[in-house]
Write a protein that binds this ligand. Structure first.
Ligand SMILES: NC(=O)c1ccc[n+]([C@@H]2O[C@H](COP(=O)([O-])OP(=O)(O)OC[C@H]3O[C@@H](n4cnc5c(N)ncnc54)[C@H](O)[C@@H]3O)[C@@H](O)[C@H]2O)c1
Length: 247
């Protein structure tokens, strides 16, 4: 896809990786609508060629209304990047913390909503828009190396495995319409969310286990997204950007 003047929605675009992505897309002259539940933003604002719509993308009605607003502002939607998410660590059972022995059902639901339901709903509305308007678009979903099953991350691993499964399904369902669907699975990236979710001790251990010996950068994830958008023969796969880490 030639990116200049295309219209893109970035769900979760107010986050660390999302912001790097939005900046990279703007450098390529892509018009961008950011959908994020970030409560600090105004309900709808436009600044420097970027539309911001405050929305909970895991709510069907809100996601549908926000995508309609974005679609009207962009003219048409060529690209959807599902970058909303919530990194969460919690063991299934803990024998050492009796007060939190079982994985909380509330945190399970919150993590599934942010990572899986938001991706499902945004893709549902955007795929319908692309199909109805015969747009040969691209959907990029942010997964994680945790999709392989990271001990201590039941909900997050399950959500990201679901994201990769949906990617494979949609690539087959939507490919005949010319719509490509790809997942990107980062390893551990140097973001606020990573530092908030993991102790410095745990991060040191992850760096030790990563063959390249460091965390990734948001920019390295953003450049992979651009590569996927620009290469018209990539679909249905998950691209790992993880410094060689094997979970
Ligand atoms: N940071 C990492 O190391 C890392 C590694 C692997 C995968 N990822 C994935 O990359 C994506 C971005 O991660 P990040 O580090 O930028 O995280 P982040 O927390 O900085 O950004 C996530 C954004 O998603 C938004 N969001 C969450 N739920 C939402 C919802 N229901 N509706 C609308 N917006 C919602 C948040 O408000 C936030 O702005 C996530 O899917 C994450 O799981 C991150």
């Amino acid at each position: 896809m030639k990116l200049a003047d295309k219209g893109a929605i970035v769900v979760g675009g107010a986050g660390s990786i999302g912001q790097a992505l939005v900046a990279s897309l703007r450098e390529k002259d892509v018009r961008v609508a950011v959908l994020d539940k970030n409560p600090e933003s105004e309900p709808v604002t436009a600044d420097a060629g970027i539309l911001y719509v405050r929305t909970d993308a895991a709510d069907d009605a809100e996601a549908g209304a926000a995508i309609a607003t974005a679609s009207q502002w962009l003219g048409k939607i060529d690209v959807l990047i599902n970058c909303a998410g919530l990194i969460h660590s919690e063991p299934l059972i803990s024998m050492v913390t009796p007060s939190r022995r079982r994985h909380s059902v509330a945190s399970w639901e919150t993590v599934i909503r942010s990572n899986l339901t938001a991706t499902f709903l945004a893709s549902l509305h955007v795929a319908e828009h692309m199909a109805a308007n015969r747009i040969k678009g691209v959907i990029v979903n942010l997964s994680s190396v945790s999709a392989a099953g990271n001990p201590g991350q039941t909900a997050y691993s399950a959500a990201k495995a679901g994201v990769e499964a949906m990617t494979a399904v949609w690539a087959r369902e939507l490919g005949p319409l010319g719509i490509r669907v790809v997942a990107i699975a980062p390893g551990f990236v140097d973001t606020h969310s990573t530092h908030a979710a993991l102790s410095e001790e745990a991060l040191k251990e992850w760096k030790r286990r990563t063959p390249l010996g460091r965390l990734g950068t948001a920019q390295e994830i953003a450049s992979t997204v651009l590569f996927v958008l620009e290469n018209d023969f990539i679909s249905g796969c998950t691209i790992r950007v993880d410094g060689g880490l094997v979970i």
